[in-house]
Write a protein of this length. Structure first.
Length: 354
């Protein structure tokens, strides 16, 4: 079923005006989204994919927004993150901020909301930064009803400094993904450079320590494993060893659908590495050990090609998998890629979801 929702508005509300020249994230596309022009995220107006009570900490009423400024190989929310290129996306569409604010608070206070301990509105995606003016409007409306309403912002960190300041002005808590430390691995995994992410992680860690729920590190065997995890942990520990860190066990999804999940010993090893780096507040979660469907010999020719472009082990592997999925620009850089609006990766149809 093809999603058939309105992606343009006849009379956009004033709070969306800045989408006429969008520079919300570090791609700084400058396109007029309200006139239908597309940047890297390929989103026009803010669209909600779904909303639901969510029991994962911090327990919340979660609003999943469609679209993303990254093109991560193993995206677990690929149907909504890669809308409008995913054939099977089913979205709610544009929802009035006042209505969604009211519904969120009502659901948090409902018997089920109380049962799971939900206490905040959680903006996720996709990447909520690409719809920041809409998020701000929902928060404003929610706080008109309840000035103490709590809000979590879940991000990949690739926002401008100006956008980050805005997020910090309203967020009660922040969940922040650090997908790699080395630029090569970050580009190969996400299609984007790492520098803005590390810059923003440091700003949050230094200036909003009390609101950082946790840094999240997705552990992908052979890609983001011992070497990369060690570099991320050293970076975090150099800021403050007490910063909270959660390792997430990778589950095969999207263009890494035939790849394998992070095994239990690797998750335990990551915790050990983090402790050796001096981090004091570490845990891991997820479902480890999902089996592989791909053979090393299938990967080998792509890795040989990728090794001429990337040097780090994890980047060679991720670059090879990106090539297999149809990514044509290496090192990956979706913002400057000639093919960003006809990207095969965004249309990838996985053979399994885990
Ligand atoms: S990728 Fe970022 S800067 Fe470009 S249009 Fe989307 S939100 Fe705006
Ligand atoms: S083809 Fe271009 S836009 Fe698509 S993932 Fe590769 S670098 Fe990014």
């Amino acid at each position: 079923m093809r999603c058939s929702i309105a992606t343009e508005m006849e009379n956009p509300p004033p709070y969306l005006k800045e989408l006429e020249s969008c520079e919300l994230c570090e791609w700084r596309c400058g396109v007029n989204r309200l006139a239908g022009e597309l940047g890297v995220c390929r989103m026009t107006i803010p669209l909600v994919a779904s909303c639901q009570l969510h029991p994962a900490p911090p327990q919340s009423y979660t609003i999943f927004l469609a679209g993303c400024n990254f093109r991560c190989l193993g995206c677990q929310n690929n149907i909504i993150a890669h809308y409008p290129d995913q054939e099977y996306a089913v979205l709610e569409g544009f929802l009035d901020p006042q209505l969604i604010a009211r519904e969120s608070l009502m659901m948090i206070r409902s018997p089920m909301g109380r049962l799971i301990g939900a206490d905040r509105i959680f903006f996720s995606g996709g990447e909520p930064t690409i719809h920041l003016p809409y998020v701000e409007e929902v928060v404003r409306r929610a706080r008109e009803i309840d000035p103490q309403a709590k809000v979590n912002f879940d991000t990949n960190g690739f926002m401008t400094k100006e956008s980050l300041r805005r997020v910090l002005s309203f967020a009660t808590s922040i969940t922040f993904d650090i997908k790699a430390y080395s630029d090569e691995v970050h580009r190969a995994v996400t299609g984007a450079p790492v520098e803005p992410v590390l810059r923003n992680a440091e700003i949050v860690a230094r200036e909003a320590r009390d609101r950082l729920w946790e840094f999240r590190i997705l552990v992908i065997p052979g890609i983001v494993d011992e070497e990369e995890v060690s570099a991320i942990c050293e970076f975090i520990a150099s800021i403050d060893p007490s910063l909270p860190v959660c390792f997430l066990a990778f589950r095969p999804n999207f263009a890494l659908d035939k790849y394998w999940g992070a095994p239990l010993p690797l998750m335990e090893k990551c915790v050990e590495i983090a402790a050796k780096c001096g981090l004091e507040n570490i845990h891991w979660s997820g479902h480890p050990g999902i089996r592989r469907l791909i053979k090393e010999e299938d990967l080998a020719p792509y890795e040989q090609k990728a090794s001429k472009i990337y040097s780090r082990k994890g980047a060679v592997r991720a670059g090879a998998l990106a090539m297999m999925a149809g990514c044509v620009t290496h090192p990956r850089s979706c913002g400057s890629c000639f093919n960003k609006h006809a990207c095969a990766l965004k249309k990838y149809q996985p053979v399994r979801w885990t």
